[in-house]
Design a binder for this molecule. Structure first.
Ligand code: C2E
Ligand code: CA
Ligand code: CA
Length: 653
């Protein structure tokens, strides 16, 4: 049999006994255990001591107990409470137990009951010293008791005389109690071990979870880059560092263009992979000279260290050129296009939030102007703020019906008769007063408010048209339609429903469209125009001559009129070039079967010149300024009466 085989049962047995168990007790736990044992010792020991002294006449027992309580148990209690010298405190409690139980065994107590107390020592020893050392203390105690029974007793005259067989029997029972105490303690230790393990596991789980939460709160999960929250924190630190080291910081807000469209082609996972590749690429290029963060689905922010305090546009240009990249995803080689907005610390601001907002604003400006990048411009900020301010006020104005319909007469240049009007929107703001359409129409177009504004305008125009019809006035009305409105879904149906509801013939409505419609989406614009034409609407090209230069598209469009831009009319009589352009536009239009309107006529001579050139219709301050709808109708009625009177005069023989 080998030594290892021999050791196995011994090891198994020692395991059952608790040998090799970890010490679970920390100082707090030990202190609590000492306090508990000492308190019980004092509470039980003191009354018994007094009883033995005063009632039972066991002076030796009573005195020993009293001394043990005062000299050992109370001091141990004090030490344990202060978490001081815990080993000493434990030893004092154990010594007190040996003294009290020992003296009871020596004297036997009242009618032999003192012997029972002696069985408690192993419980105290295991409880205080743990499984391994509990055995040693208990064994020492058993040896001490055996010594007393078989050796010491004979030398102590006051000791009770036990028979040898009683001594053997007592020791057997004491060993049994020791095993029970060990078993109890083992169970207790195991239970505590398990409890501790679970607590540790749970704590680790909770810690991991907390770490995950913290990570997600500060990072963009697909790319692992810092998110906006973390970015602001880091930017603040970088600003402080830059200030102390005397260098600048460029905050670049970059938007990946067409990411949504790519997401449609690649799918969500593909788009994520695409973004991840971009992030990796950017990370590799910016390296330690910059911090990279992903702030939105298609936006990244790079905080770039500058050697000086300001940013030279050329340096930025070079920096961006180096960052042109293409990425391969799902077998496609995709070119990544960015739009940048850049703000610089301390040139523009020294506050993280402000710098980020400025960079974003510059990026929006770059996107709007279709530029690769824009450096933040404080002047732009004012325009930006005004834009947002007016947008808010326009929303309110729409709700409160504060827009007004103005009409500017249009005159047949051959006869001088009023034939219709152009509808122009007027807005009088409560604070700022009258705001020009040149200001609010572009904001409405950018913000999408042009939709509800046009809806309102069309309703108002049709209301007027039906009033004219009930007055017997046969006038046409021109309405400006922006490029965005022309392409908005459901426009044709909406117009059709409106004219049906107001019972106005579509032929009386002239929709003015600018050449810009054909730049963005020529085919769709043409299709909508044909649909409107088929409903009977008339169409005219507004501001003709200022936009699209190709004339070839004119013949393919279902239009009936050209409106020569004011720019050519304003100085017509003094500018030979303008005269040439206007004259040839008139003849071109007539050759294509179109009518011509000249707008911006401010004097009689210009009107006369245009009439001589056979321009069909005139519009301008010389005839009349735009006026409220009621004033226009009054004018139209007066005009008709004059015509009728003239007719009557002509008819009189
Ligand atoms: P537009 O369509 O070219 O309108 C003609 C503009 O010239 C009007 O300016 C009119 O008041 C002005 N005007 C007319 N006769 C003369 C003249 O003899 N001399 C001078 N100097 N100006 C003259 P307004 O009303 O300020 O409108 C400016 C632009 O705003 C319009 O240019 C049009 O593009 C747009 N707009 C106005 N109302 C609306 C609207 O309800 N919807 C849309 N989509 N655009 C509108
Ligand atoms: Ca117009
Ligand atoms: Ca115009």
């Amino acid at each position: 049999m080998e030594l290892a085989d021999l050791m196995r049962p011994i090891r198994a047995f020692s395991h059952v006994l608790g040998a090799g168990k970890d010490e679970l007790f920390d100082p707090d736990e030990r202190s609590r255990q000492i306090q508990l044992t000492a308190s019980i010792g004092a509470v039980v020991g003191l009354p018994f001591a007094l009883h033995n002294l005063l009632v039972s006449g066991l002076i030796g027992v009573g005195l020993t107990e009293l001394l043990a309580v005062f000299l050992l148990i109370f001091p141990a209690l004090l030490l344990a409470r202060r978490r001081m010298a815990l080993d000493l405190a434990e030893a004092m409690v154990l010594l007190a137990a040996v003294a009290i139980f020992g003296v009871l065994i020596v004297y036997r107590g009242v009618q032999g009951t003192g012997l029972f107390w002696g069985f408690l020592f192993p419980f105290v020893a295991f409880f205080l010293k743990g499984q391994r050392r509990g055995w040693r203390y208990s064994a020492g105690y058993i040896v001490l008791v055996a010594m007393h029974f078989f050796v010491l007793r004979r030398y102590l005259s006051f000791a009770y005389e036990y028979s040898t067989s009683f001594g053997v029997h007592y020791l057997e029972v004491l060993c049994g109690f020791t095993a029970v105490a060990a078993g109890f303690n083992l169970l207790r230790t195991r239970f505590e071990e398990k409890l501790q393990k679970r607590v540790t596991e749970r704590t680790t789980e909770a810690k991991t979870y907390m770490e995950q939460l913290q990570y997600q709160a500060t990072h963009d999960v697909p790319t692992g880059l810092p998110n906006r929250v973390e970015l602001v924190k880091r930017l603040r630190l970088e600003i402080e560092q830059a200030a102390s080291q005397g260098h600048g910081i460029a905050v670049c807000n970059l938007q990946v263009l067409h990411l949504h469209e790519l997401g449609n082609v690649l799918g969500l996972a593909g788009a994520d992979k695409f973004v991840l590749s971009i992030a990796e690429h950017l990370n590799a290029t910016v390296q330690h000279r910059a911090t990279l963060a992903r702030t939105q689905r298609d936006e990244f922010v790079v905080i770039y260290h500058l050697d000086q305090l300001t940013l030279e546009p050329e340096a930025l240009q070079k920096y961006i050129e180096q960052r042109r990249l293409s990425v391969e995803v799902q077998g496609y080689n995709l070119r990544v296009d960015f739009t940048f907005g850049v703000s610089v610390c301390p040139q523009h601001a020294s506050d993280a939030d402000v710098l980020l907002r400025q960079a974003e604003q510059a990026m929006l400006q770059a996107r709007k102007s279709e530029l690769p990048w824009v450096l933040y411009d404080p002047a732009q900020e004012l325009a930006f703020q005004r834009h947002h301010l007016l947008f808010g006020r326009m929303c309110e104005a729409l709700d409160r019906h504060q827009f007004e319909l103005y009409l500017q007469p249009q005159i047949d240049l051959a006869t001088g008769k009023l034939i219709g009007a152009e509808a122009l929107t007027r807005w009088t703001d409560m604070i700022e007063g009258s705001i020009s359409p040149m200001v609010f129409i572009p904001i409405a177009e950018e913000s999408g408010l042009i939709g509800p504004l046009t809806d309102w305008l069309v309703q108002r125009c049709l209301e007027e048209c039906s009033k004219w019809r009930s007055e017997g006035l046969l006038l046409h009305l021109s309405i400006n339609i922006s490029a965005l409105t022309l392409l908005s879904p459901g426009l044709v149906e909406k117009f059709h429903t409106s004219i049906t509801a107001f019972q106005v013939p579509a032929e009386l409505i002239n929709l003015e469209i600018t050449e810009s419609c054909f730049i963005a989406s020529p085919e769709r614009s043409l299709a909508v125009m044909w649909q409107l034409r088929s409903l009977g609407f008339k169409l005219s090209i507004d501001d003709f001559g200022t936009g699209f230069s190709s004339l070839s598209y004119l013949k393919s469009m279902p239009i009936h009129e050209l409106k020569i831009d004011q720019a050519f009319v304003r100085n017509l009589l003094s500018e030979a070039g303008d005269q040439a352009i206007v004259a040839s536009t008139i003849s071109l239009a007539h050759n294509l079967g179109l009518k011509v309107v000249a707008e911006g006529i401010e004097d009689e001579a210009t009107a006369y010149w245009l009439a001589k050139q056979q321009c069909d219709i005139g519009q301008g301050y010389w005839f009349a300024r735009p006026m409220p709808a009621d004033a226009f109708m009054a004018l139209a009625i007066r005009g008709r009466q004059t015509t009728e009177q003239l007719h009557a005069l002509e008819q009189t023989p």
